[in-house]
Design a protein around this ligand. Structure first.
Ligand code: HEM
Length: 489
């Protein structure tokens, strides 16, 4: 009897050993791997950032983790991240293709497309179209100023009261990208807008949360009715709304006279015909959703962080307002060009982006071939996690890595300087393609609002809590703000 039990235990142990994932030869080090679970107990699935910092201290700038059976390499620090994403860009610019979010978006779009001709064509097309919208009467600057009017209206309505700015900033960011994509803005209570913003916020939370990790690492649970099925429902709802918009565009467009990105895309599809290009209507639906998704939460969460810190650091807010007054004087409105004359404002916006750490782990990459990084071997198909957090607060790179301080971006002469470790948009060929648009939005919105209003942390709001809520994009915890019209206005 005893021998049978021992034998059974040995068999069980042997099976577990076989199930256990192993580090390939010369793979980056990491914590011991458990069968089936891999290293899932080594990191909090809700918010792994602290654990990633702890593991970096134990194993260095490049270490490995097994998320279930899936091997991943976490890269930290400006030097290692640049070496991978810039110097060895061709090897490190893929995207994992077996994630919840790939299934949700039917492997279409641009953000999660693998490194190849389809991704390249769509990335180039988006950059070109965004650039072309930068000029003329319908320029990006005009569109942003148009949307700012609505923010001002909302704030004016709230003078003397406390308001929660979350929905206002989300809708503003969403509307700016909607104007580029669909040539339309939506009232803040519009059903289309409310549904899209809700779905996107929930999808973004879900995609980096514990249920997505379980879906990604345990294929056998993918067909079960677990909470991740909500991601599919949300995506389907969004896709249907966008499909309807594309249909409307097809009915009303004049070929060769595009009103927005959707028209440009339809023109491009016609031009290409059936030459086997990656352009298609289904692709367009996901592409538009992708651009909207990538451009909404990111910008609005950065704005939310900005106003949280400006309200709770009134001396910094006042210094911005002083500089704005000096530079703009009686000028009607601010233009993006004015940024060159506003070093302090520039420093504040960059510091807001650094502290907001809006996309803390970038978007995951994947190796496209067997490669090496700083002496380690990394096989093709390994998930790569660029830990942007580790760069944005890296000691040795910043004067004040752990506090909100615009001095991080000012030299001794008070001039604006941008340290190499400023990487909120990531780096290399997959770097954010909306950087130009985002920077313009942040500058025009923050300057215009600071010029007109004073932002006050309400007396009854208690101590501010700066701890962000983790997700693909991080956001501050919901807060209240009070606004006053500035005396100089
Ligand atoms: C403050 C605002 C923003 C931040 C912090 C941000 C940050 C990022 C980051 C970290 C990535 C991942 C890069 C990588 O994989 O290495 C990314 C990708 C991307 N972003 Fe942004 N982003 C912002 C705004 C925008 C806007 C306004 C758009 C809209 C056009 C946009 C479109 C994209 C797209 C399409 C990608 C995927 C690029 C690719 O895979 O080739 N982003 N962004």
């Amino acid at each position: 009897m005893f021998a049978t039990v021992i034998l059974l235990c040995l068999c069980f142990w042997f099976i577990l050993l076989q199930l256990k994932s192993r580090r390939p030869k010369n793979f980056p080090p990491g914590p011991p791997i458990l069968p089936v679970l891999g290293n899932m107990l080594n990191v909090s699935l809700k918010n792994p950032l602290k654990d990633f910092g702890r593991l970096r201290r134990s194993y260095g700038n490049i270490y490995s983790l097994f998320i279930g059976p899936r091997r991943a390499v976490v890269i930290s620090g400006v030097n290692a991240i640049k070496e991978a994403l810039v110097t060895k860009a061709n090897d490190f610019s893929g995207r994992p293709q077996d994630q919840l979010i790939n299934d949700v978006n039917h492997r279409k779009g641009v953000v999660l497309a693998d490194y190849g001709p389809g991704w390249r064509e769509h990335r180039r097309f988006a950059l070109m179209t965004l650039r072309n919208f930068g000029l003329g009467k319908n320029s990006m600057e005009e569109r942003i100023h148009g949307e700012i009017k609505h923010i001002i209206y909302t704030l004016e309505e709230s003078i003397g009261k406390s308001l929660t700015p979350q929905v206002m900033f989300h809708n503003a960011a969403s509307n700016i990208i909607c104007q580029v994509l669909f040539g339309t803005r939506y009232e803040y209570d519009d059903e289309f807008m409310r549904v899209i913003v809700r779905c996107i916020t929930e999808l973004s939370k879900m995609a980096n949360g514990p249920w997505a990790t379980l879906y990604n690492s345990l294929p056998m649970i993918r067909n079960l009715p677990l909470p991740f099925t909500k991601a599919f429902r949300n995506a389907e709802t969004c896709q249907k709304l966008i499909r309807d918009l594309v249909i409307k565009h097809k009915k009303t467009r004049i070929p060769g006279e595009p009103r927005d990105l959707v028209d440009c895309y339809l023109d491009e599809m016609e031009k290409r015909g059936n030459d086997g290009s990656s352009f298609s209507e289904e692709q367009l639906v996901m592409y538009a959703l992708d651009l909207h998704f990538a451009g909404t939460d990111t910008t609005s969460n950065t704005l939310l962080t900005g106003f949280l810190y400006l309200m709770t650091n009134p001396h910094i807010q006042e210094r911005c307002q002083w500089e704005i007054g000096q530079v703009l004087g009686g000028k009607d409105r601010v233009s993006f060009e004015d940024r060159h004359k506003m070093p302090y404002m520039q420093a504040v916006i960059h510091e807001v982006q650094r502290i907001a750490n809006t996309v803390p782990l970038s978007v995951f990459h994947c190796t496209t071939k067997d490669t090496e990084l700083m002496g380690y071997s990394i096989p093709k198909g390994t998930m790569v996690i660029p830990n942007l957090t580790s760069v944005l607060n890296e000691e040795g790179q910043w004067k004040f890595p752990h506090e909100f301080n615009p001095e991080n971006f000012l030299n001794d002469q008070g001039e604006f300087v941008k340290p190499e470790a400023f990487m909120p948009f990531s780096a290399g060929p997959r770097m954010c393609l909306g950087e130009g648009l985002a920077r313009m939005e942040l500058f025009l919105i923050m300057v215009t609002l600071l010029r007109k209003f004073k932002f006050i942390w309400p007396e009854d709001a208690g101590e501010p809590d700066y701890t962000p809520v983790f997700g693909i994009t991080q956001t501050p915890k919901p807060y209240y703000m009070k606004v006053q019209l500035r005396a100089t206005q």
